[in-house]
Design a protein. Sequence first.
Length: 20
Amino acid sequence: MQAVIKRFGQQCLVQFEDFA
């Protein structure tokens, strides 16, 4: 479960950087 959260956080960070 932690791996899923880490993967989700990484994807969210990538989207945030792309949006910025």
